[in-house]
Design a protein around this ligand. Structure first.
Ligand code: FES
Length: 60
């Protein structure tokens, strides 16, 4: 069975991008202010959300 390549990227001052096989599959809010939870709606820009970037690979 071939496992997909999954990477979760926390963008600087922004949401979590979940990438599956190098394509963004979902953008998740991590500022808590989105009106379309759990998705990011861009509100983090208006509220001045600050957070560091990071990245993890999901493996078996
Ligand atoms: S990260 Fe919360 S609205 Fe974008």
């Amino acid at each position: 069975m071939i496992m997909p390549n999954v990477i979760i990227k926390a963008l600087k001052d922004g949401p979590l991008l979940v990438e599956v096989d190098k394509k963004t599959s979902v953008t998740l809010c991590r500022c808590g202010r989105s009106q379309t939870q759990p998705s990011c709606d861009g509100t983090h820009v208006k509220t001045g959300f600050k957070a560091e970037k990071s990245e993890i690979k999901v493996t078996e």
